[in-house]
Design a protein around this ligand. Structure first.
Ligand code: PLP
Length: 444
């Protein structure tokens, strides 16, 4: 098959989160991935500065995962998870709960972060109903939050562009906490900002407005990733936890980006020392080799469902591909590799390297803020007057031409390199970003 699609083929794929017409006029095609690098159709090798889409911390096609998936597809390619099961799915659930330090938790498998979020919201509402508090139906999300693109996810999410076209489809009874980013108070913070703890008190205001008896859950990303690495102020998540506990509200951490090591700890919950009632995960759980996600739920939530006659299904929810054998095999191999190569600790070791490198861009042309936590960082750039979101795209293109692939959204550029990166590769990525900023700035 040709490396470059025909005009007709280019038109045929309606691409996700892509400016289709612009892209198809000059397609950027990836033909292979190995380690921390992608190879593009024109032969260029580029450093994968965002671990795919925050999802491939082991780099691409790691031998252990490739071998596990190959073996699995030849042994058991698919197995239904409705009223049947396969052993590796149970042992994976056990491993994930134990990695989270909550060995009694239960894991519900899905196929993506979006499905994980919608599943967690359904569990939250059904849980309260099962325990006799059917009035608890409201969900509190957060401005700028990204929780995928399911109906639940866009409703609790707080990214305007993902919401405004679909307003009539939103789930009712959702409110939002304010986001925690204010550059005038916390600009250029390294790690967690000192300012902003008081913003958690907005949860008390929302509870007072609606009454706790109507609120099922609060869902937040412990660190907001997709909106541009917005790091929670010191003490903020602890305070959300206290308020949720006080009012009997479930706290859900959406760890689709932070789960499996991005902050240098297994989960962000470990990094912040705050335990939620449910955790959503996806992406890095199996290095994104085969779609897989899940919800980790406290055992008392699961137990609440386990009443009634034993021959009746307790939770009417699930997907054909829940715990798909290939995805599960890839996850076991990913967890093996994370442990064997001590990669979560490696992420922790690389975090200060990224922090120092990224903050060295302060004062560089166009840069208006810099943020970082764990092995994730973002910079904001001055918008092109009258053309929102164009500047970051220009920087992205310049970076790609210099052998660095990063992520641009709005006026933000994000870096989240694979855990297998070397210190030099991280510094090199930031140098490429600096040159890209300078090139865009001097082009006017
Ligand atoms: C925090 C968070 N939740 C949910 C999602 C959605 O995941 P998916 O694209 O796998 O549906 C993402 C994706 O980036 C995410 O960052």
């Amino acid at each position: 098959m040709s490396a470059v699609p025909s005009e007709a083929a280019l038109r045929a794929w309606w691409m996700p989160f892509t400016h289709n017409r612009h892209f198809k006029a000059q397609p950027r095609l990836i033909v292979s991935g190995q380690g921390a690098y992608y190879t593009l159709a024109d032969g260029r090798r580029v450093f994968d500065g965002l671990s795919g889409l925050w999802c491939s911390p082991l780099g691409h096609s790691p031998a252990r995962v490739v071998e596990a998936v190959q073996k699995q597809v030849a042994t058991l390619d698919f197995a239904p998870s409705f009223q049947m099961g396969h052993t590796a799915a149970f042992t994976l659930a056990e491993r994930i709960a134990s990695l989270a330090g909550r060995p009694d938790d239960k894991v519900f498998f899905v196929n993506s972060g979006s499905e994980a979020v919608d599943t967690a919201l359904k569990i939250a509402v059904a849980y309260h109903r099962a325990r006799g508090e059917a009035s608890r139906t409201r969900i509190i999300g957060r401005e700028r939050g990204y929780h995928g693109v399911g109906m639940g996810g866009i409703s609790v999410g707080g990214i305007l562009a993902n919401r405004k076209m679909f307003a009539p489809l939103m789930i009712p009874g959702v409110d939002h906490l304010p986001h925690t980013w204010d550059t005038s108070k916390m600009g250029y913070s390294r790690g967690q900002p000192d300012w902003g703890l008081h913003l958690a008190e907005d949860l008390e205001r929302i509870v007072a407005l609606h009454d706790a008896s109507t609120i099922a859950a609060v869902i937040v990303e412990p660190m907001q990733g997709s909106t541009g690495v917005i790091v929670p102020p010191k003490g903020y998540l602890q305070r959300l936890r206290e308020i949720c506990t006080k009012h009997g509200i479930l706290l859900i951490f959406d760890e689709v980006i932070t789960g499996f090591g991005r902050l240098g700890t297994p989960f962000a919950a470990d990094f912040f020392g705050v335990q939620p009632d449910m955790t959503t995960f996806a992406k890095a759980v199996n290095n994104a080799t085969v779609p897989l996600g899940g919800v980790l739920a406290a055992s008392q939530i699961y137990d609440t469902f386990m009443t009634g006659p034993e021959h009746i299904i307790e939770f009417f929810h699930g997907y054909t591909y829940s715990a798909h054998p290939l995805a599960v095999a890839a996850a076991h191999a990913t967890l093996d590799e994370l442990a064997a190569a001590d990669l979560i600790n490696r992420a922790a070791t690389l975090a200060p390297v990224l922090e120092d490198a990224i903050h060295s861009l302060r004062g560089e042309a166009l840069v208006t803020d810099i943020r970082n936590l764990g092995l994730a960082a973002a910079i904001d750039v001055t918008p092109v007057p009258g053309k929102p979101a164009l500047r970051a795209y220009q920087v992205f293109e310049q970076a790609l031409s210099r052998g660095l692939m990063l992520r641009f959204t709005g006026e933000t550029l994000a870096l989240a390199p694979p855990f297998i990166s070397s210190e030099d590769e991280i510094r090199g990525a930031v140098s490429a970003l600096r040159e890209s900023l300078q090139a865009v700035s001097s082009a006017g």
